[in-house]
Each structure stands twice: as structure tokens, then as C-alpha cells.
Design a protein around this ligand. Structure first.
Ligand SMILES: Cc1cc2nc3c(=O)[nH]c(=O)nc-3n(C[C@H](O)[C@H](O)[C@H](O)COP(=O)(O)OP(=O)(O)OC[C@H]3O[C@@H](n4cnc5c(N)ncnc54)[C@H](O)[C@@H]3O)c2cc1C
Length: 370
């Protein structure tokens, strides 16, 4: 009898898990996903080269190599820093790792098609509640929580997974940059006495770029002030104009556009990635900070490792609980460094606001920027 496996969440983690479960275990796999089939929030993500290898492994080489999708990102990055209205310090730097930018919607659509081709059933518009999670757990051999940063699987079994959750005091907005970029752009603008605003921009298609704006806690009052938010809580035209004003000199002709609310990043990591017949994969297990540029790549890899461990355990005569224990141990070890980096990076912008105030722009460029 094939293993009956239910996966909650059809993001990068849930889809790659399902594809490998079909291939290596011939499992009977169903994904339950709350979104509509063609609904994928978020703009572009930058993937590390090993994530493209993950895609090649599941037969999506054409997608990552064919040139029709995505955009290789130059290893030369541009960094600028300065005070609002003042002169800017600017530099080009070499980044050690290769990135490839891609629209998140295209990445997920390709993975969804690949999963369906492997025989995975995907039930869309199925928002899983804690009660349903419990029912699903008892009705299958293995339940996989791949339901992202706000995982209901994790919170339903919080006593088993023992998550630690910490919220950043800074906030971010996920926006777009007009025009074409070939490289990462990191910009820091200090508003004396108030705080620091940072932009991280990168191409995710030939003529499309993502722009993540992060501001230190001290700027919340100003950015939530009169006229800065629309009725639905998203940044108003005035807020976008204000932010464009901060970065205009550093961004040349590029403009920040789009729609987003200010959000606080929540770092979540669990004491274990598996308990009984439940495994957590991707952001559900450990939420990797967006500035690390690792989240999706790590989720894809984490998913494959989970399936390989289950298949290897079966082939070497281990029981399912023994295989799940190996997965928990290995995932804990592999993810530890990323969890540590996340803990450091999520408070960075608040610390950088103090550093730039103390040492000035020129030294800040050499000491504190990527
Ligand atoms: C601003 C920002 C920028 C980022 N940039 C990058 C980047 O450049 N590179 C990179 O590698 N990573 C980046 N990331 C991180 C990346 O988006 C995540 O790490 C990645 O999406 C994790 O994949 P996942 O499959 O674990 O979770 P998700 O992608 O969140 O997928 C979870 C899925 O579960 C579904 N789901 C959730 N709850 C339920 C429920 N109750 N019932 C049913 N379905 C449910 C969701 O609809 C979703 O489809 C960024 C993140 C942010 C916030």
C-alpha cells in the first residue's frame, strides 16, 4: 500500500515535497491549499544557484535555463548611503554568490504544473483550520505542514514543535522598482534624529524589479502620519512620494511603485521539524529573513531532503518514526546557521540607524553595509 500523505500548503516547500514524494516513495499525495489556483502573492524572488539545481532535478531545467523566464543577477552590486538631502557615498562591490531573479508567480505556477504531472492532487480554496489539521493528521500516514510563516499546522501542535516567535521592530513593504536593473542595489538613507530607511532592489524579469523597503522603528510615527496610509492600510501615494524623495538621488531615474502595507517580519523557529507523523517543511519550520535571500532556496532543498530521508529510511529498513526522527535531526542541523543569521539580520536596520548616526556615512559604508 502506498503511503497516504497530506501536505498543507502549495508554496515552494509543499510543491517540491509532493513532487519528490511521488517520485521516490510513489506515495498517494494530496495538497490542501487555501489560495485560488492562479493566486500567488509577492513579486519576485532571488534564488541561489543550488535552487536552480533543485528545479533541474525535477525536470524544470528549461524553466531556469531557457532564458524565457527570470533574469541572472550580476555579482557586482551597487551600494549607496547618505543622509536625506545630503551627499551620497556610493560603491560597487562583488558578491560571492550567484543569484537568479524570477517572478514568484511563475516559479509557483511551474511547480504546480510539475506536481500535477506527477499525479499530486491539489485542492485549492481549502483554508485549513486547527480542527481540520487534527482530522487530517489522523486520516493519513504522514501530514506535512508546508503552510509558510503563519503555519496552522505548527500552531495547532505547538506543544510538540515548541516554536519560538520573535517580531522585528522594523517594518518592510514589498514594492516594485520601475525600469531595468542588472544587479542588486542596496541603499541606506538616514533621517537625522528619526531613523534609517533601506532599499534592497533586484531584477526578477528583464524589465521588472522588486524593491523591499525596510525602515527602523523610529520612523513608524512619521510613516503612519496623516495621509500616509490608504483606508485599507496600504502605503498611500503620499507615502510612496515621500519614500521616492528619500531615494531619488541614489536610484537615478528608477521609481518605487506598487502596493503594499507595512509589515513586521516574524522570526519563527521550532525545537523540532518532526513529531509523530507530522513534519514541518520550509518557512513553517523556520522563517528565514528576506534580506538573507535564502528562504525559497532553503525551502526547495529542505523539501527534497525530507523525501530523500524517508525513501532512504524505507530502503534501509528503518520504520517511519525512525525516518521522521532522522529528518528532524538533519533539518535542525542544516537550518541552524540560517536561523542564527535571521536573528541577527532582523534587527540590523535598527542597529544601523544608531551606527550611521554615530560614525557618519563614509565609515558606515565600509563597516555596516552588505
Ligand atoms: C518581502 C519578502 C521578500 C522575499 N524575498 C526572497 C528572495 O528574494 N529570495 C528567497 O529565496 N526568498 C525570499 N523570501 C522568502 C520566501 O518568500 C519564503 O521563504 C518562501 O516563500 C517559503 O516557502 P514556503 O513554501 O515554505 O512558504 P510559502 O511560500 O509561504 O507557502 C505557503 C503556502 O501555504 C498556504 N497556506 C498557508 N496557510 C494555509 C492554510 N491554513 N490552509 C491552506 N493553505 C495554507 C499559502 O497560501 C501558501 O501557498 C522573501 C520573503 C519576503 C516576505
Amino acid at each position: 500500500m502506498p503511503l497516504k500523505i497530506t501536505v498543507i500548503g502549495a508554496g515552494a516547500a509543499g510543491l517540491n515535497t509532493s513532487i519528490h514524494l511521488r517520485r521516490f516513495l510513489n506515495a498517494d499525495v494530496t495538497i490542501l491549499e487555501r489560495a485560488e489556483e492562479h493566486e500567488t502573492p509577492g513579486l519576485g524572488v532571488a534564488l541561489l544557484s543550488f535552487a536552480r539545481d533543485e528545479m533541474r532535478l525535477i525536470g524544470l531545467g528549461d524553466f531556469v535555463d531557457g532564458g524565457a523566464y527570470g533574469m541572472p543577477i550580476s555579482t557586482t552590486t551597487r551600494v549607496f548611503a547618505g543622509s536625506a538631502g545630503g551627499p551620497l557615498a556610493e560603491e560597487e562591490r562583488i558578491q560571492e554568490v550567484d543569484y537568479w531573479g524570477v517572478r514568484r508567480s511563475e516559479l509557483v505556477a511551474k511547480l504546480r504544473r510539475a506536481a500535477a504531472d506527477e499525479g499530486v492532487r491539489i485542492e485549492y480554496r481549502t483554508d485549513i483550520t486547527p480542527d481540520r489539521v487534527r482530522t487530517e493528521r489522523s486520516a493519513c500516514d504522514v501530514l506535512v505542514g508546508a503552510d509558510g510563516a503563519g503555519s496552522v499546522v505548527r500552531s495547532t501542535f505547538a506543544e510538540e514543535f515548541k516554536p519560538t516567535i520573535r517580531e522585528a521592530t522594523s517594518r518592510y513593504a514589498w514594492l516594485q522598482l520601475t525600469g531595468r536593473l542588472e544587479q542588486f542595489v542596496f541603499g541606506y538613507i538616514y533621517l537625522p534624529g528619526q531613523g534609517l530607511v533601506r532599499i534592497t532592489a533586484y531584477p526578477h524579469a528583464k524589465d521588472e524589479c522588486s524593491a523591499i523597503i525596510t525602515h527602523s522603528a523610529g520612523l513608524s510615527g512619521m510613516l503612519d502620519g496623516p495621509g500616509m496610509l490608504d483606508a485599507d492600510g496600504s502605503l498611500s501615494t503620499l507615502a510612496l512620494e515621500t519614500i521616492n524623495g528619500f531615494f531619488a538621488k541614489g536610484l537615478g531615474g528608477h521609481r518605487i511603485v506598487g502596493s503594499s502595507r507595512w509589515r513586521k517580519f516574524r522570526a519563527t523557529s521550532c525545537a523540532t521539524a518532526a513529531s509523530g507523523n507530522v513534519a514541518l517543511v520550509g518557512d513553517a519550520f523556520a522563517t528565514i529573513h528576506y534580506e538573507t535571500g535564502w528562504g525559497t532556496s532553503a525551502a526547495l532543498q529542505n523539501a527534497r531532503i525530507f523525501c530523500h530521508i524517508l525513501a532512504h529510511s524505507r530502503d534501509t529498513g528503518l520504520t517511519l518514526p525512525e525516518g521522521m526522527a532522522v529528518y528532524a535531526r538533519k533539518t535542525g542541523e542544516i537550518t541552524a546557521a540560517l536561523v542564527e543569521t535571521t536573528a541577527r539580520v532582523m534587527d540590523e536596520v535598527d542597529g544601523q540607524a544608531d551606527v550611521i548616526a554615530e560614525i557618519g556615512t563614509e565609515r558606515f559604508m565600509t563597516l555596516a553595509t552588505p
